[in-house]
Design a protein around this ligand. Sequence first.
Ligand code: NAD
Length: 406
Amino acid sequence: MTDAPQVTVIGGGMITHDQILPSLYQLQRLGRIGAIAVCASRRRTVATLAGAEILARAFPGQTFRAYPDSGDEPQPELFRQVIARMPARSIVVVAVPDHLHYDVIMIALRHDQHVCAVKPLVLHYEQAVEIEREAYARGLVVGVEYHKRFDDRSLMARRKYREGLFGEFRLGSACLLEKWYYRHSNFQNWMTADKSDAFAYIGCHYVDLVHFITGLLPTAVSVYGIRDRFPNGQEGYLWTDARVVWSNGACLNVQNALGFPDDAPGTNTQGLTLYCKGEDKGALLSHSDQYRGLKHSYVSGSTIYAEPSPDYFQYVDLGGPGLTPVGYGYRSIEHIVANCLRAEGDLAARQKLLREIDAAGIMATPANSSYNERVIEAGRESIQNGGKMVEVGQVPDLPKNLRFQF
Ligand SMILES: NC(=O)c1ccc[n+]([C@@H]2O[C@H](COP(=O)([O-])OP(=O)(O)OC[C@H]3O[C@@H](n4cnc5c(N)ncnc54)[C@H](O)[C@@H]3O)[C@@H](O)[C@H]2O)c1
């Protein structure tokens, strides 16, 4: 790619506002990408995004092209035309609800676009395989935005684990509970019991991270879910408790919910603890991913006491213009866009690059992270059957340096 590529984001909801669009604006400011467009299904979604105060403050003078550009009716098919009009090998960022990812990604690939997809890539393993084949055949990059991978603590843990400093993972626990108020958001329209659950939505982060750190693969999963009502009356599995068994027999317990008290500090509660064993010694890896050492108490605003994380995504004043986004949320988008920019040359050269990216295992791709789709599939079967243990289907042999031998 020689000129700075256009980027089109499909979906203008929470994650686009909080992380994706500001990261893209920063990359645009740096000259790494060109024009930005955002396509939602409703005009009012993109109008709200365009009027967001923090974005205007951080990126004065920067704007995006908004679709739909008129009308009040929902236009759920509009993204097809918007993508079709993009120059080949631009970048499509997929930020729609989980069950819509597949359709948008396939449309993007068929129009020769590189793809950055928010997690989870898709909800079915076969779809991940199809995406991988289509992308490889066309020499296109597909990056799955598991941003916790770009938290330095995850990268530190990965390196030290792979150097043998932690021995072998045996038992662990992880949790990620989002605030109660999420129930009042657009989530109530799509995170319903028939389509998703708290584990499929956010548990995948820690399943992915345990693989990222240890190289182990999940082999079986059991998910117990509690059904609860959203404010609009729809039912969802809003509380889940999962047990994930790994290829060396290790076991990880993962708890997820839309249920962390709104009055509690921080935007959620989350963390990971792994107990490991060496020759004749125990080892421990413990990450508090919510409390990162900061305590704030304010004199005004809706939050009186807060424990903000400086690590995921913050705006800092580096002297302007505007504000600069920092944190692993930004670094993750930057890394995926950088990989898209590397995809130059003829098809053979681009395919070689894709295999290198798969093998490096830092950016999640359909080829190196489809165990996540296997876990989601098995988890959905388990949760709908009272939490029975379901075997996780195998994934193709990973490149040698991604396999971990004990
Ligand atoms: N920690 C994370 O990695 C993280 C956090 C939040 C969300 N996400 C993921 O991001 C995705 C979106 O989540 P969100 O929180 O922004 O949800 P949201 O409900 O706030 O936003 C979804 C957006 O998709 C748009 N949309 C729906 N159908 C569309 C269509 N046919 N065409 C165009 N736009 C359409 C809606 O207009 C809305 O703007 C989900 O897959 C979610 O799992 C990831």
